[in-house]
Design a protein. Structure first.
Ligand SMILES: Nc1nc2c(ncn2[C@@H]2O[C@H](COP(=O)(O)OP(=O)(O)OP(=O)(O)O)[C@@H](O)[C@H]2O)c(=O)[nH]1
Ligand SMILES: [Mg+2]
Length: 238
């Protein structure tokens, strides 16, 4: 049993010992989760208000592990580091590999290590931004921990959210993860340089994203060959 599961079982035992029924415990757990999300959304709204007030644009990037979030951010930083004063906040379980990769392109980076947590939340972002002189930036990117499930629970206070998947994850990856596509403005299907070799049904991926969210803009990119990287930047209104 994982540590998380053990903790959950112990918590349930504790609640049972104060004579709550299984149904009451379930309701308590659901209510607690809702409260956490409500608090997070409130803080995210305050963060977004603050950034807007200062004229800072903000975009968060979520997506599958290894889909190319950092590779795309490197390409974006390369093209925009002279136009904007950019801060990139990178979420990762333990390393600062991604921040180091992006920093090479003349942008400021901050790494957040989440430890066991599978997504950043608004409190992580608040903790970082409160120690920054925000007058130094016009544009903030946040790369979340690679995960297609957990980040959907937590808004981060950005203007725009971009979800990245790639054709190497297979044509069902969008269909299997509706939540992030429902709450994203832009969906990127990356690694199209490998399309011929893999034969992934990319039209299905695009249609699935649009079925979940008719307003989503779908861009097919290759961070390796640069295909459609400029189009992506235009779509992000940068
Ligand atoms: N062929 C090809 N490889 C790519 C492309 N984009 C990224 N890669 C490769 O895919 C691997 C993962 O890329 P990353 O940019 O680290 O992916 P990520 O989404 O940031 O990964 P995590 O942060 O670990 O979730 C690296 O080896 C990249 O070089 C692409 O468009 N085409
Ligand atoms: Mg990365």
């Amino acid at each position: 049993m994982s540590d998380n599961n053990k903790r959950e079982v112990n918590r349930i035992k504790e609640l049972e010992s104060i004579n709550l029924s299984r149904e009451e415990i379930r309701d308590f757990v659901i209510e607690t989760k809702k409260e956490v999300e409500k608090d997070n959304d409130l803080l995210a709204k305050q963060l977004n208000d603050e950034l807007k007030k200062r004229g800072i644009r903000s975009i968060d990037i979520v997506g599958a592990i290894g889909a190319g979030k950092t590779a795309l951010l490197e390409k974006i930083a390369e093209r925009l580091s002279k136009k904007y004063r950019i801060l990139v906040i990178c979420g990762d379980i333990t390393t600062r590999v991604d921040a180091d990769r992006i920093e090479k392109h003349d942008v400021k980076t901050i790494q957040i290590n989440t430890g066991r947590e599978c997504a950043l939340n608004a409190y992580h972002i608040y903790q970082v931004l409160k120690n920054q002189d925000l007058d130094n930036y016009d544009l903030i990117f946040i790369e979340n921990v690679g995960n297609l499930i957990c980040p959907s629970d937590f808004k981060l206070g950005t203007d725009m959210r971009m979800t990245v998947v790639s054709i190497t994850e297979g044509e069902w990856v969008v269909e299997k993860h509706p939540m992030l596509f429902k709450m994203s403005d832009v969906a990127v299907i990356n690694k199209i340089d490998l399309l011929e070799r893999l034969g992934t049904n990319i039209d299905k991926m695009e249609n699935d994203a649009k079925n979940f969210n008719p307003h989503i803009k779908v861009i097919k990119t290759s961070a390796k060959t640069n295909e459609n990287v400029d189009l992506l930047i235009k779509t992000l209104e940068l």
